[in-house]
Design a protein. Structure first.
Length: 378
């Protein structure tokens, strides 16, 4: 069977699914078995990072072993790894050399800024030490192309894409949160590669969906319809953070499934959204963002999005996890939760749906506030 490959920036073509290595770091044997399974089902693209603990080391050793056994994708493996923004030039050079050594390669296909989340990060990449670092790495033939992952604002990601400085981007793109799909499409129009990061976990804990979501998606599994939605939008590749070979079973089924949505899939997606709106009634937030800016810097759309998910799809566990990370994850997530709302009413006349936003924020805070859980780096 011929495996579909998508263009990814100016680099080699990649499979529709990318193996994320963050969850396969318990042992070298775990990394090896997952990597071998990924290869056998048609994956040729790997995503890793130094911040994923021993991931790069385990990956490099597993690649060496598989190559010795003659197991590798047609055309070879494509690797994306990442560098934290705002590092000084000398430190950045040292980090890139360390990546190459751990991975056991002479050249990195795709080097991404790991979390281009602030305007200072973008300035570092366009005008500061980051710019010099990437130029040096290209001149030394150590990297092929540069991109970024981002959890930042819509406007920041848009600026990064429009800078024409990057060849690919890794974004949070989800069936239940499609706000950034236009950004992905803009990037694709510019010839950039687009990788959807964590479409299952950060897309709503779709490995363990609520019964309500399961019923709304019937007869298709929530995670499958989520993957199909993104692939049908033309996204270059989706990351799969596999802990075991079993986690790649669905990937094997969908390895070539980038065709347009089928009639049943369209019906299911319409049902998902219409049922959620019905459950939320006149409290549904359409994510238009007209309520911003908030004088107290409350991220109103994000908080009401979590409310939409908790009530509309009964994804309370996911919504609680994300809500309780607010203020605890640095620049990776929001810094003010709903308790910062002073009920000034500044947002009320701007809401096209006439939502009682301060009351909804107060209710959401009461329902979702919980003890924070351990966070996996993304």
């Amino acid at each position: 069977m011929k495996i579909i490959r998508n263009q990814f920036g100016i680099g080699p073509k990649v499979s529709l699914f990318t193996l994320g290595t963050m969850r396969a770091i318990e042992s070298k044997a775990q990394m090896y078995s997952v990597l071998k399974r990924a290869c056998l089902i048609g994956i040729n693209h790997i995503e890793t990072a130094p911040i994923y603990g021993p991931a790069e080391t385990f990956l490099g050793e597993s690649l060496e072993k598989l190559n010795f056994e003659g197991i590798h994708p047609q055309g070879g493996w494509i690797i994306t790894t990442k560098i934290i923004p705002n590092c000084p030039l000398a430190k950045g050079k040292k980090q890139i050399k360390g990546m190459l050594k751990r991975l056991g390669v002479e050249k990195i296909h795709n080097l991404a800024i790991h979390g281009l989340n602030l305007s200072t990060h973008l300035n570092w990449a366009l005008n500061g030490d980051g710019y010099e670092l990437f130029e040096w790495a290209r001149d030394e033939n150590l990297i092929e192309q540069v991109g970024f992952s981002s959890h930042g604002s819509y406007s920041l990601i848009q600026s990064a894409i429009e800078s024409n400085h990057f060849n690919f981007c890794s974004l949070h793109l989800h069936l239940l949160d499609p706000e950034r799909i236009p950004l992905a499409q803009k990037a694709l129009e510019k010839g950039m590669g687009v990788m959807a990061i964590s479409p299952a976990d950060k897309g709503g804990h779709l490995h363990t969906p609520s019964q309500t979501l399961i019923d709304d998606c019937y007869p298709i599994a929530p995670i499958e319809i989520a993957y199909r939605f993104l692939l049908s939008q033309g996204v270059s590749t989706l990351t799969i953070g596999a802990q075991s070979c079993k986690d790649l079973d669905l990937t094997s089924k969908l390895i070539n499934a980038n065709d347009p949505l089928r009639p049943l899939e369209k019906v299911v997606i319409s049902r998902i959204h219409s049922n959620a709106k019905r459950r939320l009634g006149n409290t549904f937030c359409g994510q238009c963002r007209e309520c911003l800016p908030c004088p107290m810097n409350v991220p109103i759309p994000e908080i009401l999005r979590l409310r939409n998910l908790a009530i509309g799809h009964e994804l309370q566990s996911f919504s609680k996890e994300r809500y309780n990370l607010i203020g605890k994850a640095g620049h990776w997530w929001e810094t003010h939760n709903a308790s910062s709302c002073q009920k000034c009413g500044d947002c009320l006349p701007r809401c096209p749906n006439n939502l009682l936003i301060p009351d909804l924020l107060e209710e959401t805070h009461s329902e979702l506030l919980d003890s924070p859980k351990r966070r996996l780096w993304e």
